[in-house]
Design a protein around this ligand. Sequence first.
Ligand SMILES: *Cc1c(COP(=O)(O)O)cnc(C)c1O
Length: 395
Amino acid sequence: MTNSALFDTFARAPLEFVKGEGAWLYTRTGEAYLDFAAGIAVNSLGHAHPHLVAALTGQAGRLWHVSNLYHVEGQRIAAERLTGATFADRVFFTNSGAEALECAIKTARRHQHVHGSPERYRIITFEGAFHGRTLATIAAGGQKKYLEGFGPAVEGFDQVPLGDIDAVSRAVGPQTAAILIEPVQGEGGIREVPAAFMQELRRICDEHGLLLILDEVQSGAGRTGRFFAHEWSGVSPDIMAIAKGIGGGFPVGACLATEEVAAAMTPGVHGTTFGGNPLAMAVVNAVLDILLADGFLDEVARKGLLFRQGLASVCDEFPQLFSEVRGRGLLLGLKCVFENTRVNAAFRDEKLLVVPAGENVLRILPPLNVSDDEIRIGLDRIRAAARTLTGAANG
Ligand SMILES: *Cc1c(COP(=O)(O)O)cnc(C)c1O
């Protein structure tokens, strides 16, 4: 399992899976792993969900791709459903989260441009943020380790500490176009932005004619127990980037915006070859069938509380290993006392998959349709790994 002919860009675990079903992944030799990584919050309905498989295979037999030279029925339907369930009036479909952010950034700049403020192109972003790996999104994220060696960073991002409202106010200038924030930082370590801070950002945006852009690529699509995480704060954005869970494992993203803001994006100013193709749209619509069904998101919230309580007891039992539970719904984090990569490996030895994040946190991201039983199995495996780790620490 070496990376022979591949770019060596990923530090992969020594594992390869050939099959998945629900919350479970299987190796070639049939070993079963409990998948609470969910492809980094992507497999929102687990693996091989029958409704998604039927939607994709049905569409595959009819029509794969036509480009955006023509109307695509699935796009129209998915956009109507997304706007019907959110603040937004318009949608642009992409293939990934980073592309959704690119569209969001371009839309914000373009909106200021057509409203007589072409000098307003700068965007305020936050320390610890992650917005993707394109040139603009690494500049937006502002992390040195992702910017180094790639030439001058794309101009126009001003980064301030998360939670520092005075720093935000000070960063607003005559060239500021927008504020960009994740309602819950995912890669950053499941850092939830308090509702009061979100409300302050909205106030600053309204006061200065700035747009509020939310990156809900990871926190959205039902992950926190609401359709989108910002709903917990009562704050509405002007633009929102989504991806990951909305495709349930099919590569798809979208940029959502209000009518007023999207009006700046006229024919020819932005585009994509693959974005919103019929295969992707068939899957998005199938995912929406389930996420938006009565009671589904309430169940995510309930299971999130159940899991959180279990993790809180794990923290009480093993204070030498875990210091804190973070997050909401099924976007959960366990802050580790020693290296999260070592704890991650111990979980893996117990056949439990999770995802390391910033601030020495392990992200726990089960499929949203995980069962109570599977949550209990996950907690048992975390305890087993913790016993091994404390045994190793003591001996
Ligand atoms: C994953 C992620 C992205 C980038 O998405 P890609 O599909 O990898 O381009 C952007 N923002 C957030 C918050 C993410 O979690």
